[in-house]
Design a protein around this ligand. Structure first.
Ligand code: SAM
Length: 218
């Protein structure tokens, strides 16, 4: 997995869809970044979340499973090398659908936070869209519904306080190119996305789910 991601590092650092958007602005606000707030960005990828949080004065540690992403710490979300409650806020954006064990990973996000966990990911749409995502990127494991996300966070001892949805449009060509998906696979992935393609077939729109969950006081 790491080698695949290492070779994609530049594509994710320069990806417009990752670097900006209403979803990113809202996520940054939920993290409440300011002087004295310590935040862990899990699966930081191109580092867009961390950059924005640091601009607001927060103290940010980044981690990622792939050495090529240049994170502060190389580790898996399922096995975070941090003490219980060592961060005020733990955030992970557009990455959990790659985690091989989502239950363990969410448990770890909750364990190392002393206050809040913020998660953003692609919302489950249909099995066809799942098939398109896996064809385009074999590291795609699964997108989850709102109900599944609520269960995952509550099972980790968190209380869900806020849920927001954002529509995000992706130009097909750069979206396929970022993971090196070409030829028959690219054609098939595009066919599978038919229900979400725009009229000209040049872009498609998915929904991102953003959740804020708090450590239970019980
Ligand atoms: C789409 S990128 C993340 C995007 C980034 N968070 C942002 O907002 O721009 C997905 C990242 O997840 C990382 N990753 C995949 N599986 C992981 C795991 N089990 N634990 C930690 N990082 C993982 C990859 O190395 C990659 O950098």
């Amino acid at each position: 997995m790491s080698n695949v991601w290492d070779s994609r590092a530049d594509a994710y650092r320069t990806s417009e869809t990752h670097a900006s958007g209403d979803d990113l602005d809202a996520l940054v606000e939920l993290c409440d970044p300011r002087d004295g707030v310590k935040i862990l960005d899990v699966a930081t990828g191109g580092g867009h979340v961390a950059r924005r949080l640091r601009e607001e004065g927060a103290e940010v540690v980044t981690c990622d499973a792939s050495p090529g992403m240049g994170a502060d710490v190389v580790c898996r979300a399922e096995d975070l090398p941090f003490a219980d409650g060592s961060f005020d806020v733990v955030v992970s954006r557009i990455a959990p659908h790659h985690f091989s064990n989502i239950g363990e990973a969410v448990g770890e996000l909750a364990r190392v936070s002393n206050r809040v966990v913020v998660v953003e990911d692609t919302l489950y749409t249909s099995e066809k869209v799942e098939a398109a995502e896996s064809l385009r990127d074999p590291t795609h494991v699964r997108s989850y519904s709102e109900e599944e996300w609520r269960d995952l966070l509550e099972s980790a001892g968190l209380e869900v306080e806020r849920v927001e949805l954002f529509r995000k449009t992706h130009e097909l060509e750069p979206w396929l190119a970022r993971t090196g998906c070409t030829g028959a696979d690219a054609e098939r992935a595009t066919e599978l996305l038919a229900e979400l393609l725009d009229a000209g077939g040049k872009s498609w729109t998915d929904t991102k789910i953003l959740l804020e969950a708090r450590k239970s006081q019980r």
